[in-house]
Design a protein around this ligand. Structure first.
Ligand SMILES: Cc1ncc(COP(=O)(O)O)c(C=O)c1O
Length: 458
């Protein structure tokens, strides 16, 4: 007999030691240092609950997968039904209905991206896009943007804009060049030889939440067309209404050749990813019956992911999620900007919908400025952690710093978040900022501990 509840009850308290022995022991140390080491036992909507009965506002949303919040009842019911129906998943030598239905739904959201390849993750979607773009164009080179993040498998890693991730994992795939995100001329220079297969780019960059001007996108689209370079838009994080439109590129009125998605597509219940593309690209890769299996992934179209995907799209439609995100995101961003009038630590507040970056800048007040300098000298980008830490430890609000060595706090609230969640977050943020300005021990003792831990781990 296997009873999951009994197993969890009988081993509660063993999580940390198991992770230290068998999983990522360094992550355990990081969580301990930050005070993020909690035992969560459930999640509902925008909230997490721990074993001591505390509730936490989850503005991280599993790095964006819980677009509809945790445990959404419609998706849960669809999955329960699918299991009870004993659906024949992964027969492999078959062509079942559900992947077809999900592919149909996704392609209806695009301008002519009629073909879909299902994967299990964002990185796998990117690997697929690289392979297909190279094959279809018969070109080897790929261009990516500064600050880019497309996943950590070796192909996707080659497109990563940060050396921290890539160091000593080489050789990665060859033929990758980088251009400054938001700049057109260097891109044109790179692709004008007519030998670049694809420009792979996030419409809003996850690391740092960088946003380019709308004119950038029309220019990029035009030059990619001019030189036969496929425009691959990575919507793994921004897609599925995260920014208030189904795809973030919809804000810019462009028509990419390939779009990658993952994360939110299954409402967080199942691993899933998809690559949407123009039919001619797909037709080139799968050009004959001999090539029918030339690219595949064992779990790719598993029916439970398809069910979760279809249910997620239906809920997003029924609940008019995109409109909600546009309104609430605007509201949240405006309220944060208003705080910057009182707290000059807050610099630019940028993003779209519920993908928001809050840049922290050196304050002007004498004593806070001095503290900023000490903290930044210990480790660049550490100050943002001094806000993210107490937001969690004092107010139980889960957020993140948007990358390495940057003072940018990133918010990825579940898309269903409303007034209650926004009010809760704003009260917490204002309180932590007030503490920072008052020179409170809460913030700066936390800072001292972090500096000690940082120095020790070097
Ligand atoms: C834009 C983007 N692409 C790709 C990925 C990789 O996705 P995964 O972690 O599912 O492999 C991520 C992950 O955060 C992402 O933000």
């Amino acid at each position: 007999m296997f009873e999951i509840k009994e197993l969890l009850d009988s081993r509660s308290g063993d999580a940390e030691s198991l992770h230290l022995s068998h999983l990522n022991h360094q992550l355990v140390k990081v969580l301990r240092t930050l005070g993020f080491d909690r035992d969560y036992i459930s999640g509902k909507g925008a909230w997490l609950f721990d074993s001591e009965g505390n509730r936490y506002l989850d503005f991280l949303a599993g790095f964006g997968v819980y677009a509809l919040g945790r445990s959404h009842p419609v998706i849960a019911k669809a999955l329960h039904e699918a299991i009870d129906m004993e659906l024949p998943s992964l027969v492999q030598m078959e062509r079942s209905l559900l992947p077809g239905l999900l592919a149909e739904q996704l392609s209806l959201k695009t301008d002519g991206l009629e073909k879909v390849f299902f994967t299990n993750s964002g990185a796998e979607s990117i690997e697929t896009a690289i392979k297909f773009a190279r094959f279809a164009t018969k070109r080897k080179k790929v261009v990516a943007a500064s600050h880019a993040f497309h996943g950590l498998t070796t192909g996707a890693l080659a497109l990563n804009g940060s050396d921290e991730f890539k160091k000593k994992f080489d050789p990665l795939i060859e033929g990758v060049s980088f251009v400054e995100f938001g700049e057109v001329d260097p891109l044109e220079k790179l692709i004008s030889q007519g030998d670049v297969a694809a420009f792979v780019v996030e419409p809003i960059q996850g690391k740092g939440v960088y946003v380019a001007k709308p004119q950038y996108w029309s220019a990029v689209s035009e030059i990619c067309k001019k030189y036969g370079t496929l425009l691959v838009i990575d919507e793994v994080q921004t897609g599925l209404n995260r920014t208030g439109k189904f795809f973030a590129y919809n804000h810019y009125g462009i028509s990419p050749d390939i779009v990658t998605v993952a994360k939110a597509l299954s409402g967080g219940f199942m691993p899933i990813g998809a690559v949407l593309m123009r039919p001619e690209i797909h037709r080139k890769v799968f050009s004959s019956m001999e090539r029918a299996m030339v690219h595949s992934s064992t779990f790719g179209s598993n029916l439970y992911s398809m069910v979760a995907g279809l249910a997620t799209l239906k809920v997003m439609e029924d609940e008019s999620i995109s409109q909600h995100v546009l309104e609430m995101g605007r509201n949240l961003m405006e309220r944060i900007r208003e705080l910057s009038m009182t707290y000059d630590l807050i610099g630019e507040v940028r993003g779209e919908g519920f993908m928001i970056g809050i840049e922290l800048v050196e304050p002007t007040g004498f004593s806070l400025k001095a503290r900023w300098k000490i903290i930044e000298k210990a480790r660049k980008g550490l100050f943002a952690q001094l806000i993210v830490g107490p937001l969690f430890t004092k107010h139980r609000v889960l957020t993140q710093v948007a990358g390495d060595h940057v003072n940018i706090i990133k918010l990825l609230p579940p898309l269903i978040s409303g007034e209650e969640e926004i009010d809760y977050f704003m009260q917490a943020l204002e309180d932590v900022l007030r503490e920072a300005y008052s020179g409170s021990g809460l913030i700066f003792d936390f800072g001292k501990n972090l500096i000690k831990a940082t120095v020790k781990s070097r």
